[in-house]
Write a protein that binds this ligand. Structure first.
Ligand SMILES: NC(=O)C1=CN([C@@H]2O[C@H](COP(=O)(O)OP(=O)(O)OC[C@H]3O[C@@H](n4cnc5c(N)ncnc54)[C@H](O)[C@@H]3O)[C@@H](O)[C@H]2O)C=CC1
Ligand SMILES: O=C(O)C(=O)COP(=O)(O)O
Length: 527
């Protein structure tokens, strides 16, 4: 497999991929056509914040399985487009949290004690001791906007240095805030009370420019620190507020456009400390995020759970071995159901009975949908199956029951057009041997494999012989068969394993016999 890396990541991550036998290619600072050309034959792409992963990238990269973000923020990745193209997007949300928190604390001190400004003057030979009178954090109030992973670590660190903590985060519980000693308040209160305001939200349509002129005026003094994302704080407004003395200073690590343009207003203001997006740039953080992304890419290649996938059903790693065989079984049952039904599907029900009903089955249901949709020739995988169902107005229902009649675990995929329906039940013999045990109510025992034929016929003497003769005359070898009937002389269903598919012509010959009701080719993988 080929992995393209377009932002610098730690060697340890690259080595892990190469050691697993994959080809890793680096192409830094590529964009537009160059990026599209580089990614065209890639199976995985690794980025940090420097690469814009747009819809065009997913269109150009037909074999792409996963985009790994070696870090947290994914605002540079079009996740909807990834989902549409069935590509997993995963990040490494833990590895650089401490690095980002420490940098935020460092930036608070840098701004409050004018460290970079004093440093520059001293290096230039000037002893400007009298020009700097700093602010202590001890006894002051820290306002945290976004009390997530990084925000909490900053709160803990600055709390231990004697600061009172107020926080604005509509999506965090009181209890969690209390545990770290933060008082949850509304944004207005947070701004008004903060001597230091530190921003730690992701960049989303909701947070874009959430701190602008009015909000800075509400602060009315103190320091603003932004080590989250440029674009959350309005750059012109911040430059203006510090320049005019509305704020005492600011420290900014992230910018709306990176690399930052020389005429960015924040660069021109003496009391704004800036760093070039260094929050995650520590050895430990980079090693952690690079190896975490490498592991997730290897998992994706092996069809194993991708632990930090942002657009795919997740599953607990320890539970995965238990559900793994059911993922394939559900896909098979879905494929058989769709091919036997052969009509417009508007409803899909996936039912779980027995032991499997106790598991987290999101991935199994997605796999069943993949099976249902695949014969219809849509580009489907477990990442986009649910979304495709939604977009096409197909109702998906999941049912679970711990009770089961005959099997330890049973999965039934039922497809319907709102009136007619076909259900296909699958189970695992001896824990890993897949069997189809019911098709449209008929009890069968079919090994789902390769090319199959499902024939519906009236239970009359000679029918099976007739089918065998027609197949034989046409050089189609029967590898196995199973016949089931409702009642003597009633309807019957026969499942054949064949060595090759039945042509339309042969099908027509079979259907010309009045004893036959229907004949369906079923194509599965695994030949
Ligand atoms: N400068 C750097 O190098 C680094 C920057 N980051 C950035 O720091 C930010 C925070 O990262 P994490 O803490 O890991 O994310 P997180 O997802 O753990 O926390 C974000 C918090 O923001 C809150 N939030 C979302 N919308 C909000 C809104 N409208 N108002 C108030 N709060 C809101 C969420 O509820 C959540 O608690 C991200 O933007 C990330 O990209 C992270 C690491 C390094
Ligand atoms: O992880 C994040 O969100 C960061 O902002 C770090 O960005 P970087 O990997 O240094 O480009």
């Amino acid at each position: 497999m080929k992995i393209l890396v377009t932002d610098p990541v730690a060697d340890a991550g690259i080595a892990r991929l190469r050691d697993a036998g994959h080809e890793v290619e680096t192409a830094y600072e590529v964009a537009d056509e160059e990026l599209l050309a580089a990614v065209a034959d890639a199976n995985a792409l690794i980025v940090r914040s420097g690469t814009e992963v747009t819809e065009a990238v997913f269109e150009a990269a037909e074999d792409l399985v996963i985009v790994g973000r070696a870090g947290i923020g994914v605002d540079n990745i079009d996740i909807d487009a990834a989902t549409d193209h069935g590509v997993i997007v995963a990040n490494a949300p833990e590895g650089n949290v401490r690095a980002a928190a420490e940098h935020s604390v460092a930036m608070a001190f840098a701004a409050a004690r004018s460290i970079p400004q004093a440093h520059a003057r001293l290096k230039a030979g000037e002893w400007a001791k009298g020009d700097y009178l700093g602010t202590e954090v001890n006894g002051k109030t820290l306002g945290v906007v976004g009390l997530g992973r990084v925000g909490q670590e900053v709160a803990k660190r600055l709390g231990s240095l004697g600061m009172d903590i107020v926080a604005f985060d509509p999506y965090i519980g009181e209890e969690r805030a209390e545990q770290i000693g933060a008082e949850l308040v509304d944004l207005e209160d947070c701004l008004a009370r903060a001597d230091f305001l530190t921003v730690h939200t992701p960049l989303t349509p909701e947070t874009e420019n959430m701190i602008a002129e009015d909000e800075l005026a509400t602060m009315g003094g103190g320091y603003l620190i932004n080590c989250a994302r440029g674009g959350v704080v309005d750059e012109d407004a911040l430059a203006g507020a510090v320049e005019s003395g509305t704020l005492d200073g600011a420290a900014v690590d992230v910018f709306a456009d990176e690399p930052v343009a020389p005429d960015n207003p924040l660069l021109a203001v003496e009391d704004i400390v800036v760093t070039p997006h260094l929050g995650a740039s520590t050895e430990a953080a980079q090693e952690y995020v690079a190896t975490s992304i490498a592991d997730q890419i290897l998992a994706a290649f092996a069809d194993e759970p991708v632990v930090n996938a942002l657009n795919a059903p997740s599953v607990d790693k320890s539970a995965f071995p238990r559900i793994r065989p059911y993922i394939d079984l559900a896909e098979t049952a879905g494929k058989v159901a769709a091919q036997v039904f052969d009509d417009r599907v508007s409803e899909v029900t996936v039912s779980y009975e027995g032991d499997i009903a106790e598991e987290d089955v999101d991935l199994v249901t997605a796999s069943a949908l993949k099976g249902v949709f695949e014969p219809l020739e849509w580009q489907v995988n477990a990442v986009n199956a649910q979304k495709i169902a939604e977009e096409r107005g197909i109702d998906v229902t999941e049912r679970k029951s711990r009770q089961t009649e005959d099997f330890q675990s049973l999965i039934t995929v039922t497809v319907s057009d709102g009136e007619e329906s076909v259900g296909v039940c699958g189970t695992l013999f001896a824990g890993d041997d897949p069997r189809i045990v019911r098709i449209d109510g008929f009890r069968v025992d079919a090994i789902p494999h390769g090319q199959m034929l499902v024939a519906r016929n009236y239970d009359r003497p000679g029918v099976i012989g007739f089918i065998g003769t027609v197949l034989g005359d046409n050089d189609i070898n029967i590898a196995g068969m199973f016949n089931a009937r409702e009642t003597r002389g009633g309807e019957a269903l026969t499942v054949y394993n064949l060595d090759q598919p039945v042509s339309d012509e042969v099908r027509a010959t079979l259907l010309a016999d009045e004893r036959l009701i229907d004949v369906k080719n079923i194509t599965l993988n695994g030949e």
